[in-house]
Design a protein around this ligand. Structure first.
Ligand code: NAP
Ligand code: HSE
Length: 443
């Protein structure tokens, strides 16, 4: 009988994801080991509170409180960073990579902030860094873009990348619950991150969009160059009016590349998606990503974007790649910048300006209900050459106030934002205009 190599796995963090990985490796150990030709040992783990009761039973002798001890343990072959955060997690990840270890990470915030540094450290230490679980949980989107669609150039990738926001928008749409009611529900179900702003203000989606941007174009777009809007201002009425207009509202992360100029734009905002677009039907905590490549055309990927099992599935996939790398089996491509020991840096991406992003818009105005107000509004829009496509004044009694829902023909981000600023200055416009983008993606 051939003696199998033993691979020791060290965990930094045994929370929702860490325990899921531990549990599923235990459950499927025989099949995994058979496929890999190696013996997997859950060697040790670092946690904050070793006394905490965990649904997954872990022998106390394997638990410590020092992430760096796991990261640098000479006996650990693969380090799974499943702790989160960008300070200690970064220190531990860099320490492990410096030792030449393979790191598997689900930490999208860290990757977005320090991806370049982590990749460099992996190259320098001759280790690897795998991150399938960082975007869209159980959907193997990293492999899809990096491997399956490697032949393509990507003019458009867009998707629902945050399960929590999608759950909230779905419940508002299907159950007519307010944002405040659904957020309570999402909190109760444990969907919302400890720092809620990551989900609700669009930052988690932005982290994932930046990672997708890197995979597609080879550049780490700085978060400060990404316009990010969350879902807090969306009302039940916006959802109803969007529905009447033939749309669903979804929070999208969008990575687009102008095929002529090659300029790249990464953005995050709630978007009105036509009901006949597949992503309009991706509901609850599910994620959905549309990837358009110049050769393959459009492929759409849907699945559970968060949660213990889906995320564990992605982490275990990375662990199996890591084992293959340790055994010298060619199962994945090398990091994209390093081929055959030679470094091929991607050319610096040119970022598109707001004025180069065009589309259709939805504007909700809270106005004084009296003659001439609509004329004032349309005059502001006409001065900016924004053409109105439709106007609705819902028949609801708001006393001396009224709501106006306007949609526009094609304009651009710069002009529409200036228009909204000018509308806000009108005495008869009572609150800041609420702007949503309407998806006019071809696929
Ligand atoms: P979690 O449940 O909060 O678990 C965090 C783990 O890290 C806990 O075991 C905690 O220890 C440990 N930890 C925290 N600070 C520590 C410290 N200073 N020293 C040692 N251990 C420490 O988080 P999670 O949901 O599993 O998420 C882990 C990572 O996966 C994050 O980067 C997250 O963004 C990412 N992710 C999560 C999901 C998801 O659905 N949850 C999906 C995709 C990606 P204690 O248990 O003792 O508190
Ligand atoms: N908070 C994230 C979400 C977790 O709701 O999608 C998965 O990355």
């Amino acid at each position: 009988m051939v003696k199998r190599r033993t691979i020791n796995i060290g965990f930094i963090g045994l929370g929702i994801v860490g325990q899921g990985v531990w549990k599923h490796i235990q459950r499927n150990r025989a099949e995994l080991e058979q496929r890999l030709g190696a013996r997997l040992v859950l060697y040790r783990a670092a946690v904050r509170d070793p006394a905490k009761k965990r649904p997954v039973r872990i022998p106390p002798s394997r638990i410590c409180v020092d992430p760096l001890a796991v990261a640098t343990d000479p006996k650990v072959d693969i380090v799974c960073e499943l702790m989160g955060g960008t300070t200690l997690a970064k220190k531990a990840t860099l320490a492990a990579l410096k030792c030449g270890k393979i790191v598997v990470s689900a930490n999208k915030a860290l990757l977005c902030q320090s991806g370049e540094m982590l990749f460099r450290a992996a190259r320098k230490g001759r280790g690897h860094f795998y991150f399938e679980a960082s975007v869209a949980g159980g959907i193997p989107i990293i492999k899809v873009i990096r491997e399956g669609l490697v032949a393509n150039r990507f003019d458009l990738i867009y998707g629902i990348l945050n399960g929590t926001c999608n759950y909230i928008l779905t419940r508002m749409d299907q159950e007519s619950l307010t944002f405040e009611e659904t957020i309570l529900e999402a909190r109760r179900l444990g969907y919302v991150e400890a720092d809620e702003s990551l989900d609700l203000d669009g930052w988690d989606t932005a982290h994932k969009a930046v990672i997708l941007g890197h995979l597609a174009h080879g550049n780490w777009i700085k978060l400060r160059h990404v316009p990010v809007e969350g879902i807090r201002r969306i009302t039940l009425e916006d959802i109803r009016w969007a529905r009447d207009l033939g749309y669903k509202i979804k929070l999208l992360g969008i990575v687009s590349r102008d095929s002529q100029s090659g300029k790249i734009f990464v953005r995050v905002h709630p978007t009105l998606i036509p009901k006949d677009n597949i992503l309009a039907h991706v509901d609850d905590v599910y994620n959905g990503i549309s990837v358009t490549g110049d050769i393959a055309g459009t492929t759409v990927h849907i699945g559970r974007g968060a949660g213990q099992d889906a995320t564990a599935s992605a982490v275990i996939s990375d662990i199996t790649d890591a084992v293959s790398a340790l055994l010298g089996k060619p199962s994945t491509l090398p990091a994209e910048e390093e081929i055959g020991g030679e470094i091929f840096p991607a050319p610096e991406a040119e970022l598109a300006d707001l004025s180069e992003i065009s589309g259709h818009y939805y504007i909700r105005l809270n106005v004084v209900d009296k003659p001439g107000v609509l004329a004032e509004v349309s005059a502001v829009m006409a001065r900016k050459e924004v053409s109105i496509a439709s106007v609705i004044q819902p028949k609801v009694s708001l006393g001396k106030r009224a709501t106006l829902i306007l949609t526009t023909h094609t304009s651009n981000e710069k002009i529409i934002q200036e228009t909204c600023r000018n509308l806000k200055k009108l005495k008869n416009v009572l609150t800041a205009p609420f702007l949503l983008r309407i998806a006019d993606f071809k696929d």
